[in-house]
Design a protein. Structure first.
Lengths: 178, 133
């Protein structure tokens, strides 16, 4: 008789404690879920935005380089000893011939010194022998394969994260040479 | 009595915290959903722009633009050519103007997501008439 009284008196308090614990665990679960979901969405958004900007940059660089100098001749140059295929835009200023070349080559990262593949642009006189180091790096790129068929220039590019993009351009004023 | 009062206060406090947490969670969920939607739209715009530029260039240089559109997989719906892509639709509207000196050929390439126009790229070319000497 004396043992059963405290049990009846304690049961609502136990229920209340369990309820509080349940609420606490619900709160913990919901906050963890929200933080995880938020982090995942944030990561996806940043990744997607980086992928978009990379593909836009690499295609815009090639398009603007060709459009800017489309009055001249556009050709593809193969440097087999260096393993480089370059898109070459020929400019003629008062009889002086200058070549703008776009190509993909490896360079050391300025921050960690690791070798990375970049899209390069060089602008040299026709008399100057081609040298990878004569250009400047524009953006990270895994591969850049330009080709010309008739008056259509095609450039296949692969960004550092493996996204492939192909651009096609109809060469307007200048001639095209393979 | 005192212990019961303390437990009740804790309960009320917890309920209040959960209530405000729920409000914050609802707002955050809305923000996340908006961010995801915007990210998807940005990706579709980027993709539509890359594809649209290629199509506009091909149409500019083509002798038979309809063949180019068919090669891409466009289907003709009246005067308009439609191509369904992942997340967006490409629509090409041709406009041919015959003049005394030649033909002005304009193809408007548009990228559409739902009812929203993402991009519009015109591809215009004037083809002069052959003049006999």
């Amino acid at each position: 008789m004396t043992n059963s009284k405290p049990a009846i008196g304690h049961s609502p308090r136990i229920i209340q404690s369990v309820f509080v614990l349940l609420l606490l665990s619900l709160f913990a679960c919901l906050s963890t879920f929200l933080v995880t979901m938020g982090a995942q969405i944030y990561r996806n958004t940043v990744d997607s935005s980086e992928k978009n900007s990379e593909s836009r940059i690499m295609t815009a660089v090639v398009r603007s380089a060709v459009w800017a100098e489309d009055g001249g001749e556009v050709r593809i140059e193969h440097f087999d000893d260096l393993g480089i295929t370059a898109l070459c835009v020929v400019n003629n200023y008062d009889g002086e011939v200058y070549l703008k070349r776009l190509y993909c080559a490896v360079d050391k990262d300025p921050l960690d010194g690791e070798p990375r593949s970049y899209l390069w642009e060089s602008y040299t006189s026709e008399d100057t022998e081609f040298n990878v180091e004569s250009g400047e790096t524009l953006c990270e790129l895994n591969s850049f394969i330009p080709s010309i068929e008739g008056k259509t220039l095609t450039a296949e590019m692969e960004s550092k994260d493996g996204t492939k993009s192909t651009i096609r351009m109809h060469l307007r004023a200048g001639g095209a040479e393979q | 009595m005192k212990e019961g009062g303390r437990a009740n206060a804790l309960l009320v406090e917890l309920l209040l915290v959960i209530f405000f947490f729920m409000i914050s969670a609802a707002i955050l969920a809305q923000v996340f959903a908006d961010a995801k939607l915007k990210s998807r739209t940005a990706a579709a715009t980027n993709s539509a722009m890359l594809e649209g530029q290629n199509i506009a260039e091909d149409l500019y240089g083509a002798d038979d633009p309809e063949a180019v559109l068919k090669e891409y997989g466009f289907t003709s719906e009246g005067d308009v050519w439609i191509l369904e892509q992942k997340g967006y639709t490409l629509k090409v509207t041709p406009k041919i103007e015959e003049t005394d000196s030649g033909t002005l050929r304009t193809y408007e390439v548009a990228g559409i997501e739902g009812e929203k126009t993402l991009i519009t790229l015109p591809s215009t070319r004037f083809i002069p008439k052959e003049v006999s000497p």
